[in-house]
Design a protein around this ligand. Structure first.
Ligand SMILES: NC(=O)c1ccc[n+]([C@@H]2O[C@H](COP(=O)([O-])OP(=O)(O)OC[C@H]3O[C@@H](n4cnc5c(N)ncnc54)[C@H](O)[C@@H]3O)[C@@H](O)[C@H]2O)c1
Length: 352
């Protein structure tokens, strides 16, 4: 078992990564942190006991003793920092939204193939015991045919949040509540219910004086024929995330905690007492695992040890950006947009 050496770049949410890395310290050691903000660098370095602190990425890339660059900078820096890390022979982990377009995915995928390094997008919400139990039910054949999903992200953001200059602007955030906040909940849709066939969307900005959307409604048709609705606001008086999936075999509801919706407890409701007993047996047999960031990081260590793809793949992140490409086009044009979006289609190079 290798103990991998990590450098974390960007210490906003990156500080939460450090908390996550600390929970899997037997598999990883954070040996360096990077932030252009000197005060943040000192505060986070002191809190987490990281002595090697840098204000730019280049000297970290030159260090032969670092295996993984963990990127948690604002979106516009993701592609250049991923590419620099891969070219320097490092594995990379990067926060959502990974890349701004399907074309950018083509570029990064070509670099991954030529460098042989790994890139793991962050979707830490996938690492929750509710999702783990639902996957066990699906593997046991107890979920059945997908009928309908309703995914609600009702969060609250105000002026203090938008005081950070890159947020709320199309050029630097690439979009609003859909790409920055609801991306995690929406990622669950294809993961659990299969490929998307088409999207109809409406977006608006009503909560804050920003360029990007802060309310949205989307109707999704899946290739299976199932339907989903995605609703998003950043103007909720009470913050809730609610994921509800109806299958022929059962109805599933997440817990309502906005930032821990994947965690226990979830409700798994069958149609008869007999079916419920079978469902309960599978649900109770699932061994709870580490959740959130440490859960994703731990699964990455196992994948690296065994030379396997990361637990969240570039293809997963690509699907989330394909969905956003379709949503933003539909919201702009009023059209129903079909997926997959082929190379050369409108917006393949990005919706901005
Ligand atoms: N997965 C999640 O749940 C989650 C939560 C919050 C944010 N995010 C994502 O993480 C990313 C960062 O968001 P945030 O809220 O932490 O932003 P932030 O602005 O709070 O923090 C970003 C940090 O990066 C630093 N930085 C900027 N440019 C740099 C450079 N060239 N070199 C070194 N450091 C640099 C800034 O000084 C800042 O400290 C975004 O993509 C965001 O969408 C993900």
């Amino acid at each position: 078992m290798t103990r991998y050496r990590v450098a974390v770049v960007g210490l906003g949410i990156g500080a939460m990564h450090l908390k996550g890395w600390r929970e899997v310290a037997d598999r990883f050691e954070v040996v360096a942190i990077v932030d252009q903000d000197a005060a943040r660098l000192t505060a986070v370095g002191t809190e987490y006991g990281v002595a090697d602190r840098y204000q730019s990425l280049d000297p970290v890339l030159a260090r032969a003793d670092i295996d993984i660059i963990d990127i948690a900078t604002p979106p516009a820096l993701h592609q250049p920092m991923i590419e620099a890390a891969l070219k320097a022979g490092k594995h990379a982990i990067c926060e959502k939204p990974l890349l701004p377009s399907l074309k950018a995915f083509d570029q990064v995928e070509a670099l991954l193939a030529s460098t042989g390094r790994q890139l793991m997008p962050v979707f830490q919400y996938r690492f929750g015991n509710g999702f783990k139990r639902l996957h066990a039910l699906m593997a046991a054949g107890l979920a059945g045919k997908p009928y309908l999903a309703s995914i609600e992200t009702a969060w609250t953001r105000g002026a203090d949040y938008y005081a950070v200059p890159w947020r709320g602007k199309k050029a630097t955030e690439w979009g609003g509540a859909l790409i920055t906040h609801a991306i995690h909940a929406h990622d669950a849709l294809e993961w659990l219910m299969g490929p998307i066939a088409s999207v109809r969307a409406a977006t608006t900005t009503r909560v804050n004086p920003i360029e990007t959307e802060d309310c949205a409604g989307v109707v999704v048709e899946l290739e299976s024929g199932a339907i989903a609705t995605l609703t998003v606001t950043l103007g909720a008086a009470e913050e809730v995330s609610r994921l509800k999936f109806h299958f022929s075999g059962l109805t599933v509801e997440s817990n309502l905690q906005p930032y821990k919706f994947g965690f226990d407890p979830w409700r798994f409701i069958a149609r008869t007492a007999e079916a419920q007993a079978a469902v309960d047996q599978v649900v109770q047999a699932v061994e709870p695992g580490l959740e959130g960031y440490p859960g994703q990081f731990l699964a990455f260590a196992d994948a690296l040890d065994h030379g396997q793809p990361p637990p969240v793949t570039v293809a997963d992140a690509r699907r989330s950006i394909a969905l956003l490409t379709a949503i933003y086009r539909s919201a702009r044009t009023g059209e129903t947009v079909r997926l997959p979006i082929p190379a050369g289609a409108p917006d393949y190079g990005g919706w901005l």
